[in-house]
Ligand binder design. Sequence first.
Ligand SMILES: [Ca+2]
Ligand SMILES: [Ca+2]
Length: 247
Amino acid sequence: MPRLVKLSAVLAWALCLSRAAVAEPAWGRNCLSCHDYLLSGTIYIVGEDLYADPDESATGALDRGSLPVFQTNCAATRTLHAMLTGLDTNDRYAVELGRLRFPGVESGGQLAYTGDCEWAEWGDSSRWYTEPFISHTWGTGPDAFDFDVDVANYADGDYYDLVFAVAGKLAATGDLFYAEQHFYLQVQTQLGDLNCDGSVSLADLGELLAAYGSCQGDPVYDPAADFDGDNCITVSDLATLLAVYGT
Ligand SMILES: [Ca+2]
Ligand SMILES: [Ca+2]
């Protein structure tokens, strides 16, 4: 089947109507449940910072080998990029970003984030048939996709194994096709650096003291300052910060 390569239109994923938390996925299904015609090489990552092969031995996460890496600090926004290639005119497709809720592969860290729109996770398939603004036709639709991740100041430093996936229907054959490209989002953190500016300073101490004595659920509670993970900001957390102060 001839494949038309297009590298033109760029769509900021801000087509989404509003900022919203990602819906809890209904696990147990994924695109391959219906889209079983694999179209390898259809989607690929662009604009990565480097390639890396993290060590998954401590978590038992699947070793995917060397993959593209987007790097970011905590309390920062990182744009993830993917592009499509090789579809034919009138092929239908939709792209999603997945695995945002999985733990990090090196230390099981948590990716605390806000997305720039509500992206369906695997299993939340109804969106793809009910919301036309995320389904496209090759020849008129975009071939490049951006997604902004606002990483929280309390996100754990780790490599997060994420995936861009494309699923759709080929015009010529009616086959329901699927392709994906995994990559890593690497969140870089420093112990005690609550505001994620690269050093532990008076500003970080001020942030901890502002939350001092609070527990999870309190308005001033700051999970980034809860170094020992007991859900309260106590003298233990203060001691941890003072131990690395000035670094
Ligand atoms: Ca700091
Ligand atoms: Ca604590």
